[in-house]
Design a binder for this molecule. Sequence first.
Ligand SMILES: [Zn+2]
Ligand SMILES: [Zn+2]
Length: 208
Amino acid sequence: MAFKYPANFDLEGWQRTVAFHGHTCPGLALGYRASFAALRALQVKRAADEELVAIVENDACGVDAVQVITGCTLGKGNLIYRDYGKQVFTFARRDAESAVRIYVHAGRSNSDPGYLELHQKIENGTATAEEVTQYQQRQQQRIQQLLTVPEEEILSLQTVALDLPEKARIFNSVECSRCQEKVAEIRARIWEGRPVCLACVETYTRGW
Ligand SMILES: [Zn+2]
Ligand SMILES: [Zn+2]
């Protein structure tokens, strides 16, 4: 089934997002919409460096769209992960005082009972071949819907004040006295008076 996108849809951006993530899915579509909403609200383009910061409150599919579209990435240090299990993405410009907090509620598209029922069957492996095909079609329709509905139907935006964490820093390294590998000083622990890495601490303390 071919997607019907509106004329102004950034198909190239979506394709890059899908290529990075590996598959299309509703979560990715929502992250994609949230990312564009943030760039527009903050009047910025994709971050080449650390000028834009994202705080993501989940580690699910949508976060990959955030990385591709906004340029806030784990490796650059301008993607901050908080393990709250919420579909909330907050974006801030380093040169401005305000930030935008986006709550992805996904709207009505989330409450199609037939779709949820099918999803359940797929999850427990009880779906028939026909149901799998049906599910895939409905999922494609849902993704298309999420990509094209007016933003306010799936997201709520709020301007918030935010104290940004300091910029990413490079820390000195020390050698772990157990495995002899280098570890950033700030992450090292002391064990019997000598530095050890967290991986070794966990091994020697049985995980706590
Ligand atoms: Zn996904
Ligand atoms: Zn070690």
